[in-house]
Design a binder for this molecule. Sequence first.
Ligand code: HEM
Length: 455
Amino acid sequence: MTAAIPAPRGLPIVGNGLQVPVEGTHQFFADLAAQHPGGLFKLNLAGRHVVFVYDPDLVAEVCDESRFYKPVDGPLGDVRDFAGDGLFTAREDEEVWGQAHRILLPAFSQRSMKAYFPQMLEVAQDLIGAWESRTVVDVTDDMTRLTLDTIALAGFGQSFKSYEQVELHPFLQAMGNALTEVMHRARQLPLVTRLKREADGKYRSDIAVMQETVDEVIRARRASGEKSNDLLGLMLDAADPVSGGQLSDENIRNQVLTFLIAGHETTSGTLSFALHLLLRNPHVLAQAYAEVDRVLPGDTVPTYEAVMRLDVIPRILDETLRLLSPIPFIGLASREATLLGGKYEIPAHQKIGVLMRPLHINPVAWPDPEAFDIDRWLPERKAEHHPHGYKPFGNGERACIGRQFALTEARLALAMVLQRFAVADPDGHQLTIKQTLTIKPDDFRLRIRVRQDHE
Ligand code: HEM
């Protein structure tokens, strides 16, 4: 027996399109999920039908790569305007995805993180230095500076030194503008996008600025003949172990842009949400301070080995990514017509969205789901987790290649902030969310004070 997929009532032609708010999209989907406890619902977004899934058993099915794939359309299709066939926006039938994936995978293994550690430390020290002269800090903005500077320095030897600049680097301005335009386009009809000639011209010129900046970095690196074991060095030199082919300069440019985009907002959102959640949960904050004082006493400069010994801080990040995952959903599509959950009919090429927060707080997978409980991540309790109840880094072959990079960078930064500062939130920050391609806290300020000895 088949069953109809629950679908909130919409209007003729536009369907549910006009119901999706411009601000607060994240909350809109969370509310719809709460109203549909069966773990899925369907929306008609002006003729584009999408099935949203958040029951872990159904998610297990859509994560089966023999039945579902990652389509590159919607906002991701627009990001392709500048990230081209880079890993994030490559289509599954593009051979270059496999070549780049195989070439880059070793550079993102946990072992490789030791090589990037000095650059991660240098940028984290810039953040600490900038905060030492302040009493109130804009957390989300400064975490974004940290993560952008880190991927640019560790990945491509580019020093943005964002904490020292009043004006953003032209590349960063262009990238911010282009990402904002992508979000506008996601919310307007294609015809409106075509009519907005001026916005389109600005978008094209921002893309040109980004591409020219990166092309110049690649040209300069080639001209210098310098051999470096950063991501750029690897892409310029390494050959694909399967085909023996090398990446073209155009593809390398697309990968550099991809890493700069994919590699910063997500990690900065995670760090900002982690601080927000720590202030809401003072007993966990106390555990974090105790750990930092044990592993990094006084002014000890962190080493890679010390950061790898941390245990509370990694669990704080795991739990933050469960409750407030910076990527709110991932898009998939069915290869062929199929049945979901043994009863829901799914036609071929049906768009599917896995909704991250509704999945991560689904009581089928998580007891007491709203509690910020870092002990869920103790090794002995991980066996209790539903195998498909947690997807902050996506799924299968198209899952995040930068996971270890992000987690190493975030562990180091969070540990150094707590080592140096007492953090407080006297006005009780009410979480509001800013949504672009990712979500992060909006207007989140903290009061900070340099910690005294024995504090
Ligand atoms: C893909 C999350 C940090 C590079 C993804 C995907 C997710 C994700 C959910 C899959 C997207 C999809 O299916 O469409 C995160 C989170 C991060 C993070 C939560 C931080 C906490 C990073 C960093 C880098 C990076 C630091 C690079 C240095 C990428 C790339 C892909 C990707 C290149 C595409 C992989 C492929 O399709 O081959 N990430 N990411 N990410 N991420 Fe991350």
